[in-house]
Design a binder for this molecule. Structure first.
Ligand code: MN
Length: 302
């Protein structure tokens, strides 16, 4: 069950962080799927420990069976691909025997560790629940010392995710990982990582307080917001904050839906190629070799 607590909110906090950049998430084609990529881009590389943010909002085709739609079996090693589901659902199957569907409001967190093969497809009932999938996939880097851990699949449904609601009921913040105002998220992480989703109705506001050491971003999936009482940010823009204050405030100018990530930077070298994110090129070659040798397992889908 969610936890309901209410807090007063003040958007004129002198300890707020300044804004580093506000970047439009361009549309790109990912093997036939249209997705927006907020980062990395020419304007913003990773926001350590966050490597990549994709936002997809697609109509699932009706002429393809659901078990052939979406993304078929592929490997990962060395980071956590995390999927936040805003509309529809995602059917996850992996080479460790996990087979699960998460619907709207839920999250699938996977620590790929030493390697796992998974598929990410629309659930069988997608056309009965609207035929649309809106998701964010966020790649969270894993500290070097945990990259070869055993993989973990950590799903959370909407009902299981703790949330905070303001007194006026205009702002709801879902705490998937980390901590906000003393409320702990449901997903344990391998380094300090806050991931929140938020629905803030027009006129609602929320003051986020986060550790000064964390890097932080706010992505707008829909609506229009004002950051720190001054800067207007529109749909499909990501705001990256400087590390010069204790938090930031958000006010919704139109009903807004947000994804917020903050995390302690790992400050480790990155070598990445396709689905593998390691620290050296040698480790990348080992990842390809181990995948070819079947060390990440085999996925035979339902
Ligand atoms: Mn994947």
């Amino acid at each position: 069950m969610g936890i309901i607590l209410s807090f007063k909110s003040d958007n004129h906090n002198s300890m707020n962080r300044t804004i580093k950049s506000i970047i439009y998430a361009d549309m790109m084609d990912m093997g036939g799927f249209p997705v927006r990529q907020a980062f990395p881009s020419r304007k913003a590389e990773q926001i350590d420990p966050f490597l990549l943010l994709h936002h997809a909002n697609v109509k699932v085709p009706t002429h393809i069976p659901t078990n052939k739609a979406g993304v078929g079996p592929h490997p990962h090693r060395g980071f956590s691909p995390v999927t936040f589901i805003f509309k529809g659902g995602v059917h996850h199957q992996d080479s460790r025997g996990n087979n699960n569907v998460i619907y709207e409001g839920g999250t699938q967190w996977m620590n790929a560790g030493m390697g796992v093969i998974h598929s990410e497809r629309p659930p069988h009932d997608i056309h009965e629940i609207g035929g649309v999938q809106e998701i964010i996939q966020l790649w969270v880097n894993t500290p070097a010392k945990h990259k070869m851990n055993q993989p973990e699949y950590l799903p959370a449904s909407k009902e299981e995710i703790p949330f905070i609601e303001t007194d006026d009921k205009l702002a709801r913040i879902n705490i998937i990982s980390g901590e906000l105002n003393g409320i702990k998220g449901i997903i344990p992480t391998l380094s300090p990582v806050n991931t929140f989703t938020a629905d803030i109705k027009q006129g609602g506001q929320f003051q986020f307080l986060i550790p000064t050491t964390h890097n932080a971003f706010v992505y707008v999936l829909g609506g229009k917001i004002k950051v720190n009482g001054s800067e207007e940010v529109l749909t499909n823009y990501v705001t990256i904050l400087n590390n010069d204050g204790e938090g930031f405030s958000i006010e919704a100018l139109d009903d807004a839906r947000l994804m917020i990530g903050t995390g302690e930077p790992l400050n480790e070298p990155i070598a990445s190629h396709g689905p593998f994110v390691m620290n050296t090129q040698t480790e990348i070659m080992e990842a390809f070799r181990d995948y070819q040798l079947g060390k990440m397992g085999v996925l035979i889908e339902d």
